[in-house]
Design a protein around this ligand. Sequence first.
Ligand SMILES: [Fe+2]
Ligand SMILES: [Fe+2]
Length: 201
Amino acid sequence: MTDALQEIHQFLPCRTPQRWIENALDNQDLMLIDHAHCEKKAASTALSLMYRYVDNSDLLNKMSRLAREELRHFEQVLAIMKKRGVQYRHLTPARYAAGLREPVRGDDPGRLVDVLIVGAIIEARSCERFAALAPFLDDALADFYRSLLKSEARHYQDYLALAELANGGPVAERVAQFLAIEQQLVETPDAEFRFHSGPLL
Ligand SMILES: [Fe+2]
Ligand SMILES: [Fe+2]
C-alpha cells in the first residue's frame, strides 16, 4: 500500500462498508455514470472557487491545475463508458455532498475553510473507494481506478493545505466535525446507489 493511501485511511473516520462494494459491483454502469458526474462536479467546484477568491494565488494555481486534472478524468470515464456501451444520463443528486455541505458557514473566511475541508474529505473518500474497489474489478477498470487514486490523494493534500492556509492555522477540530457527519453518510443505509452513497437499504 502506498504511503498516501495509508495517510488517507488514517484521516477518514471509517472504511467503505463491504456491502457498498457489493452494491457497486452489482451496479457498475450506474457507478460509471455517477463517477463521470463526480469528476465533472469536482472540476466545477474548483472553478467556482477560482471565481470567488481571485486574490488567493495559492488557491488559484492549485485549483486551476486540479480542474484540468478532473476534466481529464471526466474524459477518461466517458471513454470507458463508450467502450462499454454505457449511456451518459442525468442522475438525481446524491445525499452525500449535500449532507457534507450542510454545516458549511455562510461568511468568509469560515466559508472558504469549510468548503476546502469538504473538498479534502470528498477527495480522500474517492481515493479510498478506488482502492477498495480495484481488487474486484476487471483489469481495465482496476488499472484506471488505481491510476486515479494517486491524483485524488494529492488533491486531498492540496485541499487540506489550502484549508489550513485559509484558517491561518490547524483545522483538525473543524475537520473532526465534518468527519463525524461523513461517517454517518458512509455507514447508514442509503436509498440510492451512488459513488459516495452508503450501502443500499
Ligand atoms: Fe478526479
Ligand atoms: Fe480529485
